[in-house]
Design a protein around this ligand. Sequence first.
Ligand code: GSH
Length: 328
Amino acid sequence: MGLLVDGQWHDKWYDTDKTGGKFEREAARFRNWVTRDGAAGPAGLGDFKAESGRYHLYVSMACPWAHRTLIFRKLKGLESHVAVSVVHPHMLENGWEFRPNDPLHEDLLHGFSYMHQVYTRAAPGYSGRVTVPVLWDKEKQTIVSNESADIIRMFNEAFDDLDGVNADLDLYPETLRAEINEVNDRVYNTVNNGVYKAGFATAQDKYSEAYDALFETLDWLESRLSVQRYLLGGQQTEADWRLFTTLIRFDAVYFGHFKCNRQRISDYPVLSAYLRDLYQVPGVQETVDIEQIKEHYYVSQRTINPTQIVPDGPALDFASPHRRDQLS
Ligand SMILES: N[C@@H](CCC(=O)N[C@@H](CS)C(=O)NCC(=O)O)C(=O)O
């Protein structure tokens, strides 16, 4: 775990001293957008046109933010257009790493050993954290974006003109945008990032604040989803997939490792059925790797788990019937 300072790698854990023990996530730095015609998107530079084979995605199977991008790539049918390299689940002194002789964890594009080399290839004097996901442009030899929230929106529409892409699926429909953003906001602050705020807090009160806000939102979601199949009603949207990647990790990791232990997702009848419903969407299961998820958190985060022992449990069942199709 570390970061780049003027292009040099430094091994350093998150600094919570300046914030009284509170974990604050750093904002992503590369914020350009791939668009259908190469016109500039909502931020950054233009000239990133959606083209088959031009972009490469770097992910970790463990990371909930990267997981969103893998789900969108799958659901939108982008697999033949955007290739993927997967980092090794252990993120230690050198940050995210590749294992050159391990076909599942190789840098298929550059052959690098470390993810930080991808960042310095794009920006030699880069300072900041080296995070996944990263969307790389082979033509311009740079990072388009390292912000998952933006990458999923690009995947949702920019590639729609290419062969075999599922252009009919719109997970961010115009008419629902305001409400999606509102739900995302709460879910991001108290659930997606909320579990990290609890897990990475170094002061009791900061942990408890995050814990209370997290379970208040989970209770709210349990009630909201008891009368409708998805967060926005009868239609699946990006809000569901953004929530999904945290829920799927919850019982295996966040409950114990991050001390989010008032109850498990499997103790919530509605949320657990909702989670199974999403998990059973064709293609999604292939994006979920519980073993890599557990390996990553329990081995990499040594300030929380110094023994690096990975728990054998819990038993998880995402395949049993969900009966959510009876809802609107
Ligand atoms: N805003 C980013 C956050 C990504 C992020 O924090 N990824 C984590 C992995 S789960 C990471 O790479 N952390 C490395 C670090 O913070 O040094 C996004 O959503 O894309």
